[in-house]
Design a protein around this ligand. Structure first.
Ligand code: CDP
Length: 205
């Protein structure tokens, strides 16, 4: 059995938490595709050429401890505009999506470019302020020094770059279900996401 769930949306909308919970609920594998771009961004900060960094990415690069910083997030969104960087990461993501037993992929272009035929598609959003507040809490919890205003500026800059790029821009697929988490608790957002995937699953069976 293969079953692909595509979860897209802007920075810090809750995709990661929702994707992990959906994957655990259905027993599917989960791939955070943002981590691929973050790992490439980190290698570029370390001095590598972006395309070479993407083409020679290894599993070990994904384990680098400091991929969740704002500096790496910005570097990720800068390398993510480069067509050859994106192309180098496509095959790995598509293979993952076709995994036996089902897969959840979260990112920006999963429902539009990586898996346009996904069995279920969600586009998770929230206001920029809500997303910045959540990310600020997450980063503060890890002892990172960013202020709320810096985090909000980072979120807005990445949103603009991710949505405005020519190659695989962040946009909801026409057939994606929209899930605005601005006023939802994590539990409510997860429950709604699971219900939406369940609907597609019963249609697919
Ligand atoms: O966790 P957060 O939502 O803040 O970001 P992320 O999912 O880790 O993605 C980091 C950056 O990678 C994004 O700002 C995008 O520029 C890029 N990205 C992308 O272009 N396509 C994807 N499928 C996933 C991430």
């Amino acid at each position: 059995m293969t079953f692909c769930v595509a979860i897209d949306g802007p920075a810090a909308a809750g995709k990661g938490t929702i994707s992990k919970a959906v994957a655990a609920h259905f027993g599917f594998a989960h791939l955070d595709t943002g981590l691929l771009y973050r790992a490439v961004g980190k290698r570029v900060l370390d001095g590598l050429d972006p395309v070479e960094a993407a083409q020679t990415l290894t599993a070990q690069d994904l384990d680098a401890g400091d991929l969740r910083t704002s500096a790496v997030a910005q570097a990720a969104s800068k390398v993510a505009v480069i067509a050859d960087v994106r192309a180098a990461l496509v095959a790995f993501q598509r293979d993952f999506a076709r995994r036996e037993g089902g897969a959840v992929l979260d990112g920006r272009d999963i429902g539009t470019v990586i898996c346009p035929d996904a069995d279920a598609k969600l586009f998770v959003t929230a206001s920029a302020e809500t997303r910045a507040a959540r990310r600020f809490k997450e980063l503060s919890g890890k002892g990172q020094p960013d202020t709320y205003d810096q985090v909000l500026a980072d979120v807005k800059a990445r949103d603009a770059r991710d949505a405005g790029r020519a190659e695989a821009p962040m946009v909801a697929a026409d057939d994606a279900a929209l899930l605005d988490t601005s006023t939802l608790s994590i539990e409510e957002a997860v429950a709604q996401a699971i219900a939406l995937v369940e609907q597609s699953r019963s249609g697919a069976l």
